[in-house]
Design a protein around this ligand. Structure first.
Ligand code: ZN
Ligand code: ZN
Length: 417
């Protein structure tokens, strides 16, 4: 890395700590493991430090795959109509093969969340769908947690300016830098120890929830009266989690959530989003949906409604939920008051649900279940997995046991016990 590659607002010491945290905590990369990494070109300073720490941890080969916003936009500026249904299936087949061969997966995010905001919604949706379908061989191994994987963030300049439009560009990057480093717990001299403590706190929550064996969660708050059945044999996860290859990794840097698999056919009532969702370059806000027997039968959004409707029509599973996650309103990312327009951060600011694909690891015996068994127990299936935020300081959640007993889980947005 040469000094002029790095934005002056980015402290190289903490950037290096973030790279080390991504490798040692996020991936817990093992000697001899190959690493497949995706990132925007702007994140090269972080990519290079990650490569250094990965090789220092014994990686056999680090393979970066870079994306560029100008190249992404070129398709919308000059691409033929047919190009909007094209996706590099060969690349994702190869990624799937790499995971089968033991490779770990690291994704660096940092691109402009509204890159495609001005583009035709139908074209954006076609690109997204083609991409999701082509990505399936790689995504299957990720959602089945076949290998250790993680996501980390780089403070991209366009992203920073979206978050802080009133600041000068350099000042905006500086504020995003601070927010990412704080949320990723790399501010202190020993981020690995900080993550050990954080993982222990999240584990105490998942152990309590797993001991309760709730049949359903009942949500009440402004615009929300919703009962979410939990999948049969569901298991709560949060923080560090063991992949099928035996590696205990942290799939998200940062993370504040505990989450499990809801029952795709036992969700009833209505729910209103509490934060905007940035999806494929479009901001979707004011979502209000009604569920019947797990299926969204009524959906509105005050902004980005066309893109939201296209999302729901992706496939049958896109109208059902595959994840339910609990995050206290006082979580550090929520307390920052910032909207990141990026799910990696925003989902950690509030309780959320995800439309689409479930995580098979969120079953007691998830590693041994076939797709048919997962579906039978209520696990949802889709080419999409899109989280959106339904938590706030005014949300109450009760756990419902099969015998009808109610146990307070959240009161006014915080853990009840
Ligand atoms: Zn989540
Ligand atoms: Zn999710």
């Amino acid at each position: 890395m040469t000094p002029d590659d790095l934005h002056p607002a980015i402290d190289p010491v903490r950037l290096d700590r973030l790279a080390e945290t991504a490798v040692r905590v996020g991936l817990a990369l093992k000697p001899g493991q190959p690493l497949v990494m995706t990132a925007p070109v702007e994140a090269l300073p972080l990519v290079r430090r990650i490569a250094h720490h990965a090789y220092a941890a014994g990686a056999s080969l680090v393979t970066p795959i870079l994306s560029d916003p100008a190249v992404t936009l070129a398709r919308f500026e000059a691409g033929s109509e047919a190009s909007f249904d094209a996706a590099p299936g060969w690349l994702y087949d190869g990624m799937g093969q790499a995971f089968d061969g033991g490779a770990a997966r690291l994704a660096v995010v940092g691109e402009d969340p509204m890159l495609l905001a001005g583009q035709d919604a139908a074209r954006v949706s076609r690109v997204g769908k083609a991409q999701s379908v082509a990505y399936r061989p790689a995504m299957d191994r990720i959602v089945n947690f076949a290998v250790n994987w993680t996501i980390a963030a780089y403070p991209g300049a366009a992203w920073a300016s979206r978050m802080f439009p009133d600041d000068a560009p350099a000042a905006a990057v500086g504020r995003l830098v601070e927010a990412i480093f704080a949320a990723s717990r790399v501010d202190g001299p020993d981020p690995v120890a900080a993550w050990v403590r954080h993982n222990a706190a999240l584990r105490a929550r998942t152990e309590w929830l797993n001991g309760q064996r709730f049949d359903a969660l009942r949500y009440s708050g402004p615009g929300t009266d919703l009962t979410i059945g939990l999948a049969d044999g569901h298991e709560w996860h949060g923080g560090a989690s063991q992949a099928k290859n035996g590696v205990l990794c942290n799939p998200n840097i940062p993370t504040e959530e505990v989450f499990t698999t809801p029952h795709a056919r036992r969700v009833d009532g209505h729910v209103t989003s509490t934060k905007p969702l940035s999806h494929q370059g479009t901001l979707i806000d004011g979502i209000a949906v009604r569920f019947e027997a797990g299926r969204i039968v009524d959906a509105r959004a005050s902004r980005g409604g066309a893109v939201f409707a296209e999302l729901l029509d992706t496939d049958e599973g896109a109208r059902r939920i595959g994840e339910v996650a609990l995050v206290p309103h006082s979580s550090p990312i929520s307390a920052s008051g910032l909207l990141f327009f990026n799910t990696l951060f925003d989902e950690n600011a509030a309780c959320h649900i995800a439309l689409g694909q479930c995580y098979s690891k969120c079953f007691l015996d998830g590693a041994t279940l076939s797709p048919a068994e997962i579906a039978d127990r209520g696990g949802n299936s889709s080419v999409v997995h899109v989280d959106w935020m339904i938590g706030s300081g005014r949300l109450d959640i009760d756990g419902l046991r099969a015998d009808g007993t109610r146990v307070p889980v959240f009161r006014a947005g915080e853990w009840a016990a």
